[in-house]
Write a protein that binds this ligand. Structure first.
Ligand code: AMP
Length: 304
């Protein structure tokens, strides 16, 4: 493919501490930009991230991005401590309980996009402060597709900024409880209608182990989640979903309803891998063959 299909991702690169019913890990690699860029790298080799870490960020983590060919020119390493998030889950693995969020170096981050990244055609505004998402977007020239994610933390604290941002994006991604929180509607279809009335042409509602819903003026689509036997840590499932989805869409000839449906399935498949182990461990061992096999299996399970 010779057209520009580069992907730019702004989001958190983090140190996480996680506890699930299946184990506990301290200070492992996390962050929305981490999961989404690694996931997208299975579809597209032209990915850059915009983020910031502190001087305490382990070098072995930086090299994981490099191994997957992810461009780190936009990853600032500055004085201070890396963003930290601690979360735990009970047997309802669909919702994390945040123990703490330490923004650290993100508190004063003013991203500047490297000149050559300003022409990126596919943009993922991964979960981070909506003001940062907006500042990044304002520096990019005519992207082809802008996908945006968020979480309850930002809906609670930066609702106005988030609603303003919705006017400038193409697809908005959030989970069921966040959709309820933002819209005040309990029914996902009503919630999506409200969110679209704020300016975004399409909304994707993630339902964890119950799959994903897509809404736009033209069509709706519902995909189940892949039926998994092993789940150890659901952290990053949403970001991995988004990376896989955008990675796939960045490589198709045309963004039409058929390809959007397929991208949602690829996103679900990528998410099904990441939850099999803590942090990004499963993604690091993944092959294109594993993905294709699971895609065929997904097709078999859902066809009737
Ligand atoms: P997910 O499970 O896909 O929602 O994403 C989990 C990742 O999001 C974790 O690795 C966290 O480091 C990161 N994260 C948690 N809270 C925030 C926040 N408020 N802003 C940005 N990233 C966050």
């Amino acid at each position: 493919m010779n057209r520009n299909n580069s992907i730019l991702i702004i989001g958190s690169v983090a140190i996480d501490s996680i506890e699930t019913p299946f184990g506990k890990r301290e200070s492992i690699l996390g962050g929305s930009a981490t999961y989404s860029s690694l996931s997208a790298s299975f579809f597209n080799k032209n990915i850059s991230i915009i983020s910031v870490v502190g001087k305490n960020f382990p070098k072995r983590y930086t090299s994981l991005f490099k191994v997957r060919g992810i461009n780190l020119d936009g990853l600032k390493i500055i004085q201070g401590r890396t963003f930290r998030w601690k979360g735990n889950y009970n047997y309802d693995l669909n919702s994390a309980r945040t123990v703490y969020t330490h923004l650290n170096v993100f508190a004063d981050f003013d991203p500047e996009i490297p000149t050559y990244c300003r022409a990126s055609k596919f943009v993922f505004l991964a979960n981070i402060d909506p003001d940062l998402q907006r500042r990044v977007l304002s520096q990019i020239k005519r992207p082809h597709l802008i996908l945006c994610d968020t979480m309850n933390y930002w809906i609670d604290r930066k609702r106005k900024s988030l609603l303003k941002l919705l006017k400038n994006i193409d697809m908005f991604l959030l989970n069921e409880s966040e959709a309820r929180l933002l819209s005040g509607e309990t029914n996902p279809k009503e919630a999506a209608r409200f969110i679209m009335s704020c300016g975004t042409p399409s909304v994707i509602i993630k339902k964890g182990e119950h799959g994903v819903l897509f809404f736009s003026k033209r069509f709706c689509f519902s995909a189940p989640a892949y039926l998994l036997e092993t789940i150890r840590d659901p952290t990053g499932a949403g970001d991995t979903f988004a990376g896989g989805m955008l990675g796939y869409l960045s490589c198709v000839r045309k963004i039409n309803s058929q390809n959007i449906r397929k991208s949602l399935v690829y996103g679900s498949i990528m998410a099904s891998f990441v939850v099999e182990d803590f942090s990004v461990n499963r993604l690091l061992k993944l092959t294109k063959n594993n993905i294709n096999r699971r895609y065929r299996e997904f097709k078999r399970i859902t066809s009737f």
